[in-house]
Ligand binder design. Structure first.
Ligand code: G6P
Length: 372
């Protein structure tokens, strides 16, 4: 068993550390001199891709948050509307789908029953289906018109980590391939995005170097009963994922919010000492979003929140207002979520360890939910 963990104390430790490789392996063979070519989509055919008028991403749990991140990127590059829906909601509301709808399912295991049933439903309704999956030959990719495999390697810990970053990478490859076929993004934009993707693995490795510091923070916070997470734009699904990880692994009440929603309710939760993680957009390239999120931080700090900011290296604007700052390397705005999620994974994992819990096998959860 210890050998399987490769010297790490848990599968999750190992899988978190494997994230640079998980992304690199998912990109391998799909990037050619700044050009994204996903072989599986070539088989599907450009005509099929050109006929798509809208995209629905269906998934459960962490995979659904990967879909939410990708919505921002796919819409930006390919200019096709994308909605993201939980598989179990999708199938029971008579969704409007047809031959011009592409349904992309995202599933690490490829066996999640709700997602499988939703894919079958979509096919019967005449939609095209693509599976983003980490398990070769699983049921969901077999039931789909095409599969884009993530190559994260087997994920053993129940809560998903490396599969998540690999899913975002695969969905981004899809978005860039589609944008090239549709001609919706300039050659320069596509090249820059491909370059950014290529550099994600090395940047992930840099984020992992802060593991010790985050572990210390988690140990200090071992008695915490509630944690809030705020994010905006692609940082919003990361806030949701950070909260999910903490619930799953440390059994702590946690909620993620869109930062812009703060004044519509969540700010009422802020009382002295309330820990709040804030995913801060880049000051260089997020337009007005950076000052808006910094002002959110000021608002919650004024009410006594304990702020842990996840901010780009060199962003000094957060320093006067944050109790802790965890740094991520410089990246394009759409690529920050791949980096910002890592400190949140490590925090949840270390808090679980600090509480003496089983980080690989949290209570009441299953790795793959094969019942409805
Ligand atoms: C379970 C796991 C989660 C995972 C979800 C979807 O709830 O505990 O970590 O995100 O299923 O699984 P899938 O295999 O479809 O990605």
């Amino acid at each position: 068993d210890a050998a399987d963990k490769g010297g790490w104390s848990s599968f999750m430790q190992k899988e978190v550390s494997e994230q640079p490789t998980a992304v690199a392996d998912t990109l391998r063979g799909r990037l050619h001199d700044g050009r994204v070519v996903v072989g599986e989509l070539e088989e599907l055919g450009d005509d099929v891709l050109r006929s798509i008028r809208r995209i629905t991403v269906i998934a459960c749990g962490t995979a659904a948050y990967a879909g939410m991140v990708a919505k921002y990127a796919i819409e930006k590059w390919a200019r096709v509307p994308v909605e993201v829906e939980l598989s179990h909601e999708f199938r029971y509301r008579e969704p409007v789908i047809g031959p011009d709808t592409l349904v992309i399912s995202v599933s690490q295991s490829g066996e999640t029953m709700d997602t499988l049933m939703a894919v079958k439903y979509a096919r019967e309704a005449g939609a095209r289906t693509i599976s983003v999956c980490n398990t070769q030959g699983a049921t969901i990719p077999r039931e789909s018109d095409a599969a884009i495999y993530t190559h994260a390697g087997p994920e053993v810990a129940v809560a998903s980590t490396k599969a998540f970053v690999a899913q975002i990478a695969a969905l981004y490859l899809f978005g860039l391939h589609l944008a090239r076929v549709l001609g919706t993004a300039s050659a320069e934009e596509l090249e820059t995005a491909a370059y950014e993707l290529e550099h994600v693995p090395a940047k992930l490795a840099t984020v992992l170097e802060q593991g010790e510091r985050i572990a210390q923070l988690a140990h200090w916070m071992a008695d915490t009963r509630s944690v809030l997470f705020l994010g905006r734009h692609v940082g919003y699904p990361i806030a949701l994922e950070g909260a999910l990880k903490l619930k799953e692994l440390a059994y702590i009440h946690a909620e993620g919010f869109a930062a812009g929603e703060l004044k519509h309710g969540p700010i009422a939760l802020i009382e002295p000492g309330q820990p709040v993680f804030v995913v801060v957009p880049s000051p260089r390239n997020s337009g007005s979003l950076h000052p808006k999120v910094v002002s959110n931080i000021q608002e919650i700090r004024a009410r006594g929140a304990r702020v842990i900011a996840i901010a780009e290296a060199g962003d000094a604007a957060v320093l006067p207002f944050a109790d802790e700052v965890l740094r991520i390397p410089l990246a394009g705005p759409l690529f920050e979520p791949l980096l910002a999620v890592v400190p949140l994974q490590i925090f949840a994992m270390e808090l679980s360890a600090a509480k003496g819990l089983d980080v690989d096998q949290p209570r009441n959860l299953a790795k793959s939910v094969t019942v409805e």
